[in-house]
Design a protein around this ligand. Structure first.
Ligand code: SAH
Length: 226
């Protein structure tokens, strides 16, 4: 899979892409991520990419022309399955959405800044708008990285243990059960006996029960939806 990201701050995005699972995905050739600096595409002087908003009011708006030049130049080389704009008024990112996007071949993600991007780009180029939650961040870089991570870890072969992404929270509509590792006793606090029993059906049953209990306590809405 290939993900192109249009940003004003490519340097900000490099480190998360160069560590841990995303790094491994890229090194294995399972995920290619390319960052594109919007300023390289502006026809305006001094790398200008934003301007005052029509109608007045505080806050700059990212201009259409640099964005469209960048998108169209990338489209010459790629046929994007989706052109995604990260925005707080988009569809809320959920595991199911990440699952679906992980099946695509080429994605283009736009990270906004200031008050956002000129509405005409959203109308005429963007095919999907995604929010990472009901709060406002200063730029779309962190949201674009969140989306890239959520997708990247699902690509077959990226996670060492093939099944581990499937047993994460939300994958089957519930939260994950508690997990423990060595030692079996720490400061007098013991790991539940069943986990040490070697009785795998009993362990499975315990995990399912704990997962349901946790979901009922913390996220009853997930059970209602299911
Ligand atoms: N004026 C806009 C917020 C702009 S925040 C509004 O009220 O809706 C600046 C940029 O940060 C946005 O263009 C977007 O790309 C990004 N951003 C901020 N919060 C976000 C969120 N919750 N999800 C996705 N992107 C977000």
């Amino acid at each position: 899979m290939r993900i192109d990201i249009i940003t004003l701050l490519p340097e900000l995005m490099e480190s998360p892409l160069d560590h841990s699972i995303l790094k491994r995905a890229r090194e294995k050739g399972l995920l290619e991520v390319q960052l594109h600096n919007l300023r390289d595409y502006t026809p305006y002087k001094h790398g200008q990419v934003d301007d005052y908003q029509y109608g007045g009011g505080a806050g700059m708006v990212m201009m259409a022309e640099p964005l469209v030049r960048c998108i169209e130049s990338l489209q010459k080389e790629h046929r994007y399955d989706e052109i995604i704009y990260m925005t707080p008024d988009g569809q809320r990112l959920q595991q199911q959405m990440a699952n679906q996007l992980s099946l695509k071949k080429e994605l283009l993600i736009i990270a906004g800044h200031y008050k956002g991007i000129d509405e005409r780009v959203r109308e005429h180029f963007v095919s999907m708008e995604i929010s990472i939650g009901d709060y406002v961040l200063s730029g779309g870089e962190l949201p674009a990285l969140v989306l890239t991570d959520a997708i990247g870890r699902l690509l077959p072969g990226v996670l060492g243990d093939e099944t581990s992404a499937l047993t994460d929270s939300f994958q089957d509509g519930i939260l994950s059960p508690p997990v423990y590792t060595r030692p079996a006793e720490f400061r007098g606090w013991k790991v539940p006996d069943v986990l040490l029993s070697g009785n795998f059906p009993a362990i499975e049953a315990w995990r399912e029960e704990e997962a349901l209990k946790r979901t009922r306590e913390r996220r009853p809405d997930l059970l209602d939806e299911g």
